[in-house]
Ligand binder design. Structure first.
Ligand code: SAM
Length: 319
């Protein structure tokens, strides 16, 4: 089996391709369909929208017996421990609980404390075998407090989705421009992650709401009233929730002009719409377009689906 590395655990992501894209960009590892990723870097898990936890791998093996041997041989502190199990296969004829007990029995000299653990461990049971590691980081869910922004709008993006949009291009992007910022959901997440955010909207009402919301949370962001079809400030990435496809009366030609203007402003773009607008993006000067579905299930609806596009500007090169 390969050398011990790191494990990231994402939320389950049926209908939400953004989860995998965020995990890959933040950790360097793409999750399997159950949300488990072998990866290189856990340093950005805390700011994630969808990557729940990260663990440093202590031992891995193709069989449970070999794993227990590896755990016995490894040198680590496990005072007052708890083991959590993520199982993504039925390949092995052992219950998750029995597997946990087998590993715990191998941690000689240490005793579990399920209610108040000092050390939390992850046992992952995958098709390729057993992985055991210490949980060293978790997402903070800092985006949650943004639900209570003082100025709400009916078409605002959910904070968690806004955060994931930023995290699929940052790193490396550090300066984020939202040219159609509405009430400010995207700049709010970018600023909260200590990135530089620039916000524009052609509506004076939207600019007032964005300013009020950002100030409420103490985020210093440059917010100005401007039409995104005309000159936009330069940024590392443009991230925006386009009026097109959501506001049905919005002229498609205006959306095309916004996309062309954005292609002049940043080398990378993330655009949210209801339907796939890849041909429009290509016409407007964007290349290498990738699309990710995002489905939001609610208590009242079967799910509202958005399409997230990530693309490279064919006009502006990397900084
Ligand atoms: C779907 S809303 C954005 C919602 C925002 N993401 C939020 O969470 O509140 C689209 C915004 O685009 C703005 N908009 C429409 N056409 C524009 C243009 N030509 N230039 C700048 N903003 C524009 C609208 O005023 C509206 O606030």
């Amino acid at each position: 089996m390969s050398e011990p590395r790191r494990l990231a655990v994402c939320i389950r992501h049926a209908g939400n391709d953004l989860v995998a894209a965020e995990c890959a960009n933040l950790t360097g590892g793409a999750p399997d369909e159950h949300g488990l990723a072998l990866c290189d870097d856990l340093s950005l898990v805390a700011r994630s929208a969808y990557v729940r936890t990260g663990a440093d791998v202590i031992a891995s093996a193709e069989t449970l017996d070999a794993l227990v041997e590896g755990v016995c041989a490894a040198d680590f502190d496990a005072t007052a421990f708890r083991i959590e199990c993520v199982r993504t296969t039925d390949r092995f004829d052992i219950s998750s609980l029995d597997a946990i007990i087998a590993v715990a029995d191998g941690m000689r000299g240490f005793f579990p404390d399920l209610d108040d653990p000092e050390h939390r461990f992850l046992l992952a049971i995958r098709d390729d075998g057993f992985w055991f590691g210490e949980i060293v980081t978790e997402f903070t869910r800092a985006y949650r407090r943004h639900h209570d922004k003082p100025f709400q709008t009916s078409n605002a993006l959910p904070p968690r989705l806004a955060r994931a949009l930023v995290n699929i291009v940052s790193p490396p992007a550090r300066v984020i421009l939202d040219p159609c910022c509405g009430s400010g959901s995207i700049p709010m997440e970018a600023a909260d992650m200590a990135l530089t955010a620039i916000a524009r909207d052609r509506s004076a009402v939207a600019v007032g709401k964005a300013r009020g919301n950002l100030a409420h949370f103490g985020h210093a962001v440059d917010v100005e009233q401007a039409d995104a079809r005309h000159s936009l400030p330069r940024a590392d990435a443009v991230i925006t929730d386009l009026p097109y496809g959501i506001q049905l009366d919005y002229a498609e030609n205006e959306a095309r002009e916004i996309l062309a203007s954005c292609a002049q402003a940043a080398p990378v773009g993330v655009f949210v719409t209801k339907d796939d607008i890849t041909p429009m993006l290509v016409d407007a000067g964007w290349t290498d377009v990738e699309t990710f579905r995002h489905r939001k299930w609610t208590r009242y609806t079967k799910g509202f689906e958005r399409t997230v596009h990530r693309a490279r500007s064919g006009v502006v090169g990397p900084p």
